[in-house]
Design a protein around this ligand. Sequence first.
Ligand code: CP3
Length: 342
Amino acid sequence: MTKTILRALKGEVLPTPPIWMMRQAGRYLPEYRETRAKAGDFLSLCYNPELAAEVTLQPIRRYGFDAAILFADILLLPQALGPKLWFETGEGPRMETTDTPGQVANLKPTEAIHETLSPVYETVRILSRELPKETTLIGFAGAPWTVATYMIAGKGSKDQAAAHALKAQDRPTFQALIDRITEATVEYLSAQIEAGAEVVKLFDSWAGSLKGQDFKDFAEAPTQKIIAALKARHPGTPIIAFPREAGQGYIGFAHRTGADCVAIDNSVSPEWAAANVQIDGCVQGNLAPEHMVTGGQALIAATRHVVKAFSKGPHIFNLGHGITPDAHPDNVQLMIDTVRGA
Ligand code: CP3
């Protein structure tokens, strides 16, 4: 029998939506914190296939999610292109900046990425052996715009100002960077699929700050190129796109990019997303992650609301963004029980 997530991605309407959660392996779980301490730090954990597979499996064992997402990070790919990457405790990622023509030209060739990223492929191979047979394995990468925002600024930022500035002041350099990331992402995701990823997801966490033609040029066009290249090589592998906070940009996004499923953040209502996005096929989302912190009757009501709003079309239940470190593990169980028992 085909796995439930793969059925939903093909457009099947299931009586109970399959379920997984962004950042399901993360700091809200004591067993994750323990394994991360064993690895030493977050990046050592990402590059240790045995331990990365272990933390990927932890939420599957604890909750029986329908999908496992490979434990890695969207910033491993730009790191594999050359710039140094590290994480400042309590602050988040830091990278050597890439914002001049010379720095873009000096990025390593695409073929070189596999040298750095081969432990990630090994994690995928371990997982495809060890996951329960009903669990779908999801691989992922950052979408080019989101990855570029970290490469250009050297860190995360609320408004992505540095990337917008480079786009405005030196369009050829900005475009060349986007093109390099696009090309490398195709090879990275292809290698994940060859290692055993059954679905891949593109995280465009900052798509919402691209407006008008910029959204078309830098959220849609690179996503469309990556999907076309992957579909040519791996026609059977479904692709989920997450242009977070795209708003009106969600409408027709699957159609224009070739994505099999669009992940929806929680800034839009599920009724709106059902009427405007789910009409094109499978959607994923979109419970507010705050409910994993606050729990209670409000969690139950909001979970039922999301399930009901999407019940007439293909749906994968998920949060609208990643679960946060202050979430309570019991609230995750309550959400799952509500989805499956509703
Ligand atoms: O979802 C999963 O469980 C799979 C693993 C995964 C991680 N990051 C692990 C992680 C995935 C899919 C990501 C994606 C990612 N990484 C995104 C896109 C999704 C999103 O959240 O918008 C982005 C922008 C990043 C970059 C990144 N990685 C940031 C900004 C941070 C610091 C912020 C934070 O939450 O601390 C990370 C660190 C990170 N990536 C952690 C995890 C579990 C926390 C690291 C730790 O253990 O200290």
